[in-house]
Design a protein around this ligand. Structure first.
Ligand code: F3S
Length: 386
């Protein structure tokens, strides 16, 4: 990979060991993917910061880079608890201390400690901006719905990119690589549960192939957000196009392959009847926007009959205070900074109901508790809770 004189100096350690390490990571990545050079980015988003997923090895790695400062605006993913309500989440003192240490390191390095997987709701990147995002649901959202350009970074490469302010030029950073490889004809009316299930189905079927999707009716933005998150969880799709909706669909082409998806293809993920009882209901994967919080508060019954946990960013929580207050009065608990997957607090609850395909995918994994999980749309969940 061609490096400028300045980049070579950084790689040789003239800017300190942490910057050198960051450049080593970026150059190794660039060499692996055949990138010609590094390009400047306008922002980075780093994932994998919960102590639940980091463990002591991860904390040690972060410390090796902690002498550097971020050169571009950098946001971070949810951590293991709500920083204001961690005591009610049965978080141990040890977990609290280790997690706080990680958060402090990122603050000192210059991150915006928003602790959300939806940084695009707080500041939406513009079309064509180069980014280094490491949260797969945010990668798909930024590429597909906003037309920004980011590869699906891992936590360490996003961290390195934030320190260097650069990323290797390959993959989704190159316009020609953003074309569709498969045309998907959806044969049902989209709603949130079906789009979550569709995302799981497409991720598992397409692997990393970019689809252009035609719906019989225009899906709302929450449908696309849930579908993209699920698609990135069950597969490694970096973006999708939706005919007539997403910003790059006209340049996407149609790809060589064709497939049609009917209700029968996705109904395996959605139970036709819900179990009489679950232990808890979780909503907010990815984190809810202020509009989604308001919509949820309107449909919840006056008193929810089961534990209901809702996840969002602190920014959205403060932007939708009335909706949050109303939900709390109805019995929900609305948490910021964390989520049902990266926090250990959900462990005592075995049977979980959610509207999210991504949460469905992860919560069933042994690593994240091996829960029994059902998917339904938010309206069905609201009726179930009354
Ligand atoms: Fe966000 Fe946690 Fe889901 S990080 S996308 S709410 S698994």
């Amino acid at each position: 990979m061609h490096l400028t004189r300045e980049e070579e100096k950084a790689l040789e350690g003239e800017l300190g060991p942490a910057v050198r390490k960051a450049y080593e990571i970026l150059v190794a990545l660039g060499d692996m993917f055949g990138a010609e050079r590094l390009i400047p980015i306008s922002g980075a988003h780093i994932s994998g910061l919960s102590y639940r997923t980091l463990g002591d090895h991860g904390v040690h790695f972060i410390k090796t880079l902690s002498g550097a400062r971020f050169r571009v605006p950098t946001t971070i993913n949810p951590i293991g608890f709500d920083v204001c309500r961690w005591r009610e989440m049965s978080i141990s003192d040890e977990f609290y201390e280790k997690q706080t240490e990680v958060l402090d390191i990122f603050r000192r390095m210059g991150a915006n400690p928003v602790c959300t997987c939806t940084p695009y709701h707080i500041h939406a990147p513009r079309r064509g901006e180069h980014l280094a995002y490491a949260e797969s649901s945010a990668v798909v959202y930024a590429n597909s719905i906003l037309g920004a350009m980011t590869n699906r970074e891992g936590g360490p490469s996003a961290l390195a990119a934030a320190i260097a302010g650069k990323t290797p030029l390959y993959g989704m950073q190159v316009p020609e690589n953003r074309k569709a490889r498969c045309r998907v004809e959806v044969l049902f009316t989209p709603n949130h549960a079906r789009c979550s299930a569709l995302g799981l189905y497409l991720g598992a079927t397409l692997g990393d192939a970019i689809p252009i999707i035609a719906f019989p009716e225009r899906p709302d933005e929450t449908c696309l957000k849930l579908m993209g998150a699920a698609m990135a969880a069950s597969g490694s799709v970096p973006m999708f196009h939706v005919e007539g909706v997403t910003p790059e669909w006209k340049e996407a082409g149609e790809g060589e392959e064709r497939m049609a998806v009917g209700v029968e293809d996705v109904e395996g993920y959605i139970e036709s009847s819900l179990p009489p009882e679950v232990d808890a209901v979780v909503i907010g994967c990815p984190h809810l926007s202020p509009g989604e919080l308001a919509a949820l508060s309107r449909i919840l019954p006056p008193k929810v009959r089961l534990p209901l946990f809702v996840f969002t960013s602190r920014w959205a929580l403060e932007s939708a205070r009335d909706a949050v207050r109303e939900m709390e009065m109805k019995g929900a608990r609305v948490y910021a900074d964390t989520c049902m997957v990266v926090s250990p607090f959900l462990s005592p609850y075995r049977r979980i109901l959610t509207n999210s395909g991504k949460a469905y995918n992860y919560l069933r994994m042994r690593k994240f508790g091996g829960h029994d999980v059902w998917i339904a749309d938010a309206e069905t969940i609201a009726r179930y809770l009354s």
